[in-house]
Every structure is written in structure tokens, then in C-alpha cells.
Design a protein around this ligand. Structure first.
Ligand code: FES
Length: 399
């Protein structure tokens, strides 16, 4: 300890000493080599950064497992033929944005990775959503061997031993099991080290995704899975009946601190926010996954002309102008996608800021629960079109 502090003292410089260093530095820089600057990728930190954060990754669908009539599991491996030799590493709970081209339009959708970080590939679980252009395309038209493109992994729905408690209560609803499958696999192969009690909300037993696999994983003493059935069908032994409430969480929560991770349908988020408040859990221990694409405005300010069915949006994307028609009840990004413009986007939940666009003119409405803008962005007229509804004709500039 004594040695370290004397070293620190030696390194401490006052302003006068610092000024003396500058001519010395200038001399050293002038004496350095004059060879050309290498391409950016030739420098180690840059090549390392491009492995961790590739702007795009080309993947092939190597396997498709049909889970139910409306749910499939896709295994994605690097597409070496198109230049992706390995996939960017990820943490359990991360998300990738999958990009597909359908009838000439480019669509991007976030999917949680459900494999373990140690498996070397990405798996995603896709459920058919009503009028879901992308889910329908993936379930009905994508085959093994097909080529796709995905973003780097991203997101904050991850376990952090510095911030989180060693016991975690997971709350999943329906296909919201996806990131928890990754956590379960990661605990099983020791990529993660925490105790997980998963409360898995379903309407009826047939809703459980990959039940055999989950039950097998729950033999690990660090993993406990409790099925919570809300529907009226016969409730199997060992299942809980009803909804995942504060009371139920208390029943399964350990003594002392615990973290809570929530992933499920939008209605579940709203419900859980209230239930978790009752438990008085510290905010740092609570994590909600991305809520997914907003489907309709939740409530609207009074001044809105309720008679208008659609609005015209003038979209400026790097100087190219496209005029699109946006329905009153659809987010602006959805209308732009339909018009063939490839909008920069990732989370579609109003959080990541990838679609952050400048409003030149017009009125709009962002539901409070989806307004993840920085304060300055709101003041200076920026919106996230993934979660913004037009309330007049508008002009916007995409990033
Ligand atoms: S895509 Fe993330 S905020 Fe819009």
C-alpha cells in the first residue's frame, strides 16, 4: 500500500509541470516516423471494435424447429460466403435486429437471442403476430439455408453482478420466455452465475414454449420454474392459478434483495409496473425488456381532430424526398417502411434512439410510456418515429 501511494505521488503533476511536458511531447511527435497512416482496420483497437460491434452481420438459417403452429425457432449461423466469419459475442438477454426484404421493402424487427452466449450461434423464437408482415414472412416463407442479415447484439436486459442481486425473479409472459431461455442456458453452461426463479405466465398449458426443455433445465438447483395459469382450463398439479401478482412474487422471492426481470406482452408490463411498486423493490433491481412495436396510441390529448383517418408525411432521408401516407393509428415508422425507405431502427420501443428524427413541421403524439427521448431531443423537436403517431401532415428528416 505504501509503495503504491508513493508511486501515485510521484506521478502527480501540477499545472506548471504539465506545461513543461508539452514541448517534450511535440519533440517526440516530430521525431516519429513519417510512414502513411494505415487503413483504420489495421489498428488493433479498430479491428477488435468491428468484431464486437459490426454494423451488419450476414447469417444463414441453419435449422428451423416448429414449436407450435404459430411459433418457430430459427438457428442462425455466420454466412461465410457473404463475409461474416463469426458472430459478434452477446450477453444473455441481448437482442438482435433482423432485417428482411419483402416485396422490395426493407423491414427490421428486434428479436431476443435465446441461445447461450457460449453456443457460438444465435437462436430466435418467432411467434406469428396478427397482421405482422415480418413474423408471417419468417414463419411461412423462410427455409433452412436462406440468407438473412442482423445487427450487432444490443440491449440492457442483462444480468450484471455489480448491480444485480444474486437471486433473480424472472417474470415471463407467452413468447416473452425467449430471453429467459438464454439466461437458463447460460446458467446451465456457467456463462452466468445467479439463481433464477422464473414465474412463467400462460393462459393454458399448451401456451408453454419448449416445456420439456424448460423442465429439464429446472433440474439445475440454480433454476426454478413456476407455471402460472390464468385461463380456466384444468390447472395441472404444481401450477399456480391466476396472474403474477405482488403476492405471488412474495411467495417465491428469497429473503433479502432480489432482482426482477420482466419480459412479455405490453399488457403485462403495465400490470407488473403496479405490482412491483407494491413490493417497494429498489429501481436498480428492476429490468423491463423492450416492449416491442407500439400498436396503437394509448390515449390522446384533447386537441386532436378525431375525424382525420390519415396524414401525409414528407420524409427526407439523406436528401431523398419520399411522401408517405400514414394512418392516424399507426406509428410513422411503419408507414415509412411500407414506402420502401429503409429506416434506421433497432428496438422499435422508443428507447434506443436509432430512429431519432427531426420534425420540420407538423403535430404528433408520442404515448408517455414510449417516450424514451432525451430531454433536449424533446425540446429541439426530435421524435422516435417507431413510437410516434402523426396528428397533422408532417415533414421529418430521418437520421
Ligand atoms: S428504433 Fe429504437 S427508438 Fe426507434
Amino acid at each position: 500500500m505504501g509503495k503504491i501511494s508513493s508511486k501515485v505521488k510521484k506521478l502527480k503533476l501540477n499545472a506548471a509541470q504539465f506545461l513543461k511536458i508539452i514541448p517534450e511531447r511535440v519533440k517526440k511527435i516530430s521525431a516519429s516516423g513519417t510512414e502513411d497512416v494505415k487503413p483504420l482496420g489495421a489498428y488493433k483497437p479498430n479491428s477488435f471494435a468491428s468484431i464486437l460491434h459490426p454494423s451488419v452481420q450476414y447469417v444463414k438459417v441453419s435449422e428451423i424447429e416448429t414449436v407450435t403452429d404459430n411459433i418457430k425457432l430459427f438457428k442462425l449461423i455466420p454466412d461465410k460466403d457473404r463475409g461474416t466469419s463469426r458472430l459478434a459475442p452477446f450477453a444473455a438477454g441481448n437482442v438482435i435486429s433482423l432485417e428482411v426484404s419483402i416485396d422490395g421493402n426493407v423491414y427490421k424487427r428486434p428479436y431476443s437471442i435465446s441461445s447461450s452466449p457460449l453456443e457460438g450461434y444465435y437462436e430466435i423464437i418467432v411467434k406469428r403476430v396478427p397482421d405482422g408482415t415480418v413474423s408471417e414472412y419468417l414463419l411461412d416463407s423462410v427455409n433452412e439455408g436462406d440468407a438473412l442479415a442482423v445487427s450487432e447484439p444490443f440491449g440492457e436486459f442483462t444480468y450484471n453482478p455489480l448491480r444485480d442481486a444474486e437471486n433473480v425473479i424472472g417474470i415471463a409472459g407467452g413468447v416473452g420466455i425467449t430471453p429467459f431461455r438464454s439466461f437458463i442456458k447460460a446458467i446451465s453452461d456457467s456463462a452466468e452465475n445467479f439463481n433464477l426463479t422464473l414465474l412463467y405466465g400462460i393462459n393454458e398449458p399448451s401456451d408453454i414454449v419448449l416445456k420439456d426443455e424448460l423442465d429439464k433445465a429446472a433440474r439445475n438447483p440454480k433454476i426454478r420454474i413456476v407455471y402460472v395459469q390464468s385461463g380456466d382450463a384444468n390447472v395441472p398439479d404444481g401450477f399456480e392459478k391466476g396472474f403474477i401478482t405482488a403476492e405471488l412474487i412474495k411467495k417465491y422471492a428469497p429473503e433479502g434483495d432480489y432482482s426482477v426481470f420482466v419480459c412479455g406482452p405490453d399488457a403485462m408490463y403495465k400490470f407488473m409496473e403496479k405490482e412491483l411498486e407494491k413490493l417497494g423493490i429498489r429501481r436498480k433491481f428492476i429490468r423491463f425488456d423492450y416492449r416491442g412495436q407500439v400498436s396503437e396510441p394509448e390515449s390522446e390529448p384533447d386537441y386532436i381532430d378525431a375525424n382525420a383517418a390519415s396524414f401525409s408525411i414528407r420524409v427526407n432521408y439523406h436528401g431523398k424526398i419520399t411522401n408517405v401516407i400514414c394512418q392516424k393509428d399507426e406509428p410513422i415508422l411503419k408507414a415509412i417502411e411500407r414506402s420502401g425507405v429503409s429506416v434506421p431502427s433497432r428496438c422499435l420501443s422508443g428507447i434506443c434512439g436509432f430512429c431519432h428524427s427531426k420534425v420540420v413541421s407538423g403535430d404528433y403524439y408520442m404515448p408517455k410510456s414510449r417516450d424514451g427521448r432525451r430531454e433536449a431531443d424533446a425540446i429541439y423537436g426530435y421524435i422516435h418515429p417507431c413510437c410516434t403517431f402523426p396528428r397533422s401532415d408532417m415533414e421529418i428528416v430521418l437520421p
